[in-house]
Ligand binder design. Structure first.
Ligand code: UT7
Length: 339
């Protein structure tokens, strides 16, 4: 597939990162006490050792707001400076208002326009691209882009195929328009590609709770409002699409895989990540993984990992950072950032 043509963007730069993971840890051994699974199976098939679970009463907007506060502090921007808040999530606080509206209220970001994006695990990179468009074409020059999930609210704790995979958490970045004179501004987003294949929408979904299958007294027992996934089919497409998207985003930025200092892939399965790294010829030290600690937090995986890499000093000025995601829809996206 040819690389999509690059729109001429003015520079927008990631000027701060933040993340928030709930305190409660659920280990593989904990899970083996509630479903027929084992630490050995989960570790060898996924790489996950434990995940975080939000506290009772803690909503997605609480996780998102805390990650956003940390990103704003890291960027040195005030709540009033934020002109746009986009929350990527499949676990909104409620159908409406958007989770971003609750985040705005919690932050006191009174000058922001706020909305959510639903693109499953690709949501953060979709949101990053939408924010770039706002920055490019309008006067909303400072944006909070957040990936936040409380996936524990969508889990069937009796389904070992899915309950071992997911966790809760949030990550955020502050994105700001760089002046023309700052075309080499640190954190500059060089390219983003996105793709969707709705013909495979049924492979990974939460079938119930929406307008096509409202929850009723009759269907509630079958738990339609939880995650259903054909794991092997998802795995296969994830490898192909993430590889393709990575190559396209690099090509759009005029770079190749050998230029990549660090790839931060969506954290769903260590075997998917290794397969992509191998095909891009990237050694393990240039591949970021934290899914052993958090599992798959959908839209949150990339901003959380980006923040951890940033705070751990793994991103040096001038580094080429490749972000790549795949998720339900199917959706996929990739972005190249010059740190
Ligand atoms: O974030 C969006 C993108 N998501 C992904 O990319 C996830 C992609 N898929 C995957 O990561 C993997 O397909 C899974 C981790 C979900 C499953 O791994 P797999 O190697 O594809 O296993 P499988 O589904 O082929 O199942 C193998 C066996 C089955 O038993 P049988 O039928 O061979 O007897 C399952 O019942 O493993 C069994 N199994 C388990 N056993 C112990 C499935 N889940 C478990 C479990 N513990 N938790």
């Amino acid at each position: 597939m040819p690389a999509p043509s690059s729109p001429s963007f003015c520079a927008s730069s990631i000027i701060g990162t933040g993340s928030y993971m709930p305190d409660k840890v659920l280990t593989n051994d904990d899970l083996s006490k509630i479903v027929d699974t084992s630490d050995e199976w989960i570790t060898s098939r996924t790489g996950i050792k434990e995940r975080r679970i939000a506290a009772e009463g803690q909503a997605t907007s609480d996780l998102a707001a805390e990650a956003a506060r940390r990103a704003m502090e890291n960027a040195g921007v005030s709540a009033e400076e934020i002109k746009l808040i986009i929350v990527a999530t499949v676990t909104p606080d409620m159908f409406f208002p958007s989770t971003a509206c609750f985040v705005q209220k919690k932050l006191g970001a009174v000058n922001a326009v706020c909305f959510d994006i639903s693109a499953a695990c690709s949501g953060f990179l979709y949101a990053l691209q939408v924010a770039r468009h706002f920055i490019n074409t309008g006067n909303r020059t400072t944006a909070l882009v957040i990936g936040a999930e409380k996936l524990s609210s969508l889990i069937n704790w009796k389904d070992r195929n899915t309950c071992v995979l997911f966790g809760d958490g949030a990550g955020a970045v502050v994105l700001r328009k760089a002046a023309a004179s700052e075309s080499d501004a640190p954190g500059r987003v060089l390219s983003t590609v996105m793709g969707t294949d709705g013909t495979l929408a049924d492979v990974l979904k939460v079938p119930g709770g929406g307008s096509s299958c409202p929850i009723t007294a009759e269907n509630v027992e079958s738990r339609p409002n939880t995650i259903h996934m054909e794991g092997r089919e998802t795995f296969k497409h994830a490898v192909t699409r993430m590889l393709e998207a990575s190559q396209q985003a690099l090509e759009m930025a005029g770079l190749s895989a050998s230029d990549v200092s660090l790839v931060i892939p969506h954290q769903a399965n260590a075997r998917i990540i290794s397969a992509i790294a191998e095909r891009l010829n990237l050694p393990p030290e240039r591949v970021f993984m934290n899914l052993d600690k958090y599992g798959n937090t959908s839209a949150a995986t990339i901003p959380v990992a980006l923040d951890e890499a940033n705070k751990a000093g793994r991103l040096k000025p001038g580094d080429v950072v490749l972000l790549v995601a795949f998720g339900g829809g199917f959706t996929w996206a990739s972005s190249v950032v010059r740190w």
